[in-house]
Design a protein around this ligand. Structure first.
Ligand code: FE2
Length: 257
């Protein structure tokens, strides 16, 4: 039967929406509660919706009964502190699974490439229902930072680098595309991540906000790119050697985030 997917995401796996006027909103992400949750870099997360409405970030499939990343329960104590973030996550009217703000410490390009991963949004998702994709709304004004997308984790051919100023809005099939963030500067980056179920509501939202399935990639000096490729290869080799020494097969688990 197959899953219900957005035609807008079919070609490249992502769309860039119109920029949001972030400056007019209060910085609600500073008021909500964060929990330590390591995922693809030095991170913490502040959930707005979770499996059971508690302030925790575990995949819904790790709860009892296990279920897919849909029907997240809004966390009253967080929602009351972040009404604008909640409103934005709910605006499409699509089903919301996990919804949380990620705090990411500075991450250079090579480390970002090492962090490239695919998400596991559709574990236990019944065939014939909507495919779960992710919304990414950048909250802080990270003018020099960018999201990296690849079809193949170790092949830079076709890599897309999407700029992350305040108000940047992306929707990505993060189970299809390898992804991670290069975050430059000294302060943490904050980004609202929402799991949405594909369907007519999400399609209408993408159309309303003029989703573009191509964007100009952020320009980076070739020397920095080359150094990043080398750093990814070095870290990958070190990781493989670590597992070889332990006599274990290396498993690159899909991210929980
Ligand atoms: Fe991810």
């Amino acid at each position: 039967m197959g899953y219900i997917k957005s035609a807008a995401l079919e070609e490249t796996g992502y769309v860039v929406l119109d920029s949001y006027h972030q400056e007019v909103d209060p910085q609600e992400w500073l008021d909500i509660e964060y929990v330590d949750w390591k995922s693809s870099g030095d991170t913490r997360f502040a959930p707005l919706a979770s499996a059971k409405g508690e302030i925790e970030c575990n995949g819904f499939w790790n709860h009892k009964p296990p279920r897919t990343d849909k029907d997240g329960v809004w966390i009253d104590a967080q929602v009351v502190k972040a009404p604008n973030l909640t409103r934005r996550a709910q605006e499409p009217g699509a089903n919301v699974g996990r919804c949380r703000v990620i705090e990411l410490q500075p991450t250079p390009y090579g480390e970002c490439l090492y962090n490239l991963h695919q998400d596991d949004n559709n574990r236990l998702n019944p065939d014939g229902t909507g495919w779960v994709v992710r919304g990414f709304f950048n909250l802080t004004d990270d003018k020099d930072s960018f999201f990296v997308l690849r079809e193949n984790r170790t092949d830079p051919q076709g890599e897309v680098r999407i700029a992350l100023p305040a108000g940047a809005q992306l929707i990505i099939d993060t189970q299809r595309l390898w992804h991670a963030t290069t975050h430059l500067g000294t302060e943490p980056r904050y980004n609202l991540i929402t799991s949405w179920t594909s369907g007519p509501e999400l399609d209408a939202y993408i159309e309303k906000h003029h989703g573009q399935s191509h964007t100009a990639s952020v320009a980076v000096d070739q020397a920095i790119l080359d150094a990043g490729y080398a750093e990814q290869a070095r870290k990958d080799a070190a990781r493989a050697a670590y597992y070889a020494a332990k006599g274990q097969a290396e498993v690159r688990a899909m991210s929980e985030a």
